[in-house]
Design a protein around this ligand. Structure first.
Ligand code: PAF
Length: 283
């Protein structure tokens, strides 16, 4: 695996790959890699001659300074995992490399209502920051395929929208890859590393609550389901930001079991200071 810290060096290398007609797959991450990230890598390696993974903890997408400060960092293990899993290139830029001098950090992406519901509502500015980093990274890497995890369902929709805003939909194909779970159902996430032993035991309650909603979907009213789900999380010691039942194509809340529509239940909740999110198709 080659490690590039400078965008220019990476671009020069990728230029040669493109001249050889090698397809480029890209897995953007913020490090603290787990098997979920590695599964994205595996999808990319299977479909492209060259796979680039980036590790960049993007300050612009943290609406909470403490969350940024406490974001886990395991660089040595990350490099080992990438290398042993067949990654070709690691892009490891610093902040100045992604946001060079003169970069307009106040730019605004017109993401519409997607920017202000669910994650956007509880983490104001978060998706603007995600778009800023992803636009910069895509400009540098210019991949043919981009690999994203479905755990961050709304982020997948936002990045799809970003790619349309930039007019890159012909060049960059998005691959949304399934959620990987621990054996007790907890969705894999870098933030899981911050859970202590007791919190780790509580954490699968999020997934169990989603399963509860899925099990009762169509049998109870949506309003009651959401209320019961939030209560279950509360009883398990979570502070819930939201439990929503939404149209999977638009993320707008549904009020009825709309036959023929894919419907998703999404949840975000804190165990003490650690914020976890998860989602599941319910029909
Ligand atoms: O999902 C993430 O890890 C980040 O939001 C991303 C897509 C790498 C952008 O910083």
């Amino acid at each position: 695996m080659i490690i590039f810290k400078k965008a220019k060096d990476l671009q020069n290398h990728l230029q040669i790959c493109r001249q050889k007609n090698q397809g480029i797959g890209f897995v953007p991450t913020m490090g603290a890699l787990h098997d979920g990230h590695l599964s994205l890598l595996t999808y990319s390696i299977a479909e492209n001659q060259v796979t680039v993974c980036s590790i960049f903890v993007n300050p612009a997408q943290f609406n909470d300074v403490n969350d940024f400060k406490k974001y886990p960092s395991t660089l040595e293990q990350d490099i080992f995992k990438l290398e042993t899993n067949g990654c070709h290139i690691l892009f490891l830029p610093n902040v100045e490399e992604v946001y060079p001098e003169g970069f307009d950090k106040k730019r605004h992406y017109d993401l519409g209502y997607l920017d202000t519901i669910l994650e956007g509502k509880f983490r104001p500015g978060h998706f603007q920051g995600v778009c800023m980093a992803v636009e910069q990274l895509l400009n540098i890497v210019q991949p043919g395929r981009l690999y994203l995890g479905q755990k961050d369902y709304q982020q997948c929709m936002i990045i799809t929208k970003l790619i349309h805003i930039m007019g890159w939909q012909e060049e960059i194909k998005i691959r949304i890859c399934p959620i990987l779970r621990e054996t007790d159902g907890l969705a894999m996430s870098s933030r899981n590393m911050r859970l202590d032993e007791e919190q780790r035991v509580q954490a699968p309650a999020i997934y169990n609550t989603l399963l509860f909603v899925k099990g009762k979907f169509g049998k109870e009213s949506i309003g009651k389901l959401k209320k019961d789900a939030a209560e279950r999380l509360h009883e398990k010691g979570f502070k819930t930001d939201y439990v929503e039942i939404a149209n999977a194509a638009t993320l707008l809340p549904v009020t009825d079991n709309e036959p023929g529509t894919d419907i998703l239940c999404l949840a975000a909740a804190y165990i003490d200071g650690v914020r976890l999110i998860d989602n599941i198709m319910v029909n």
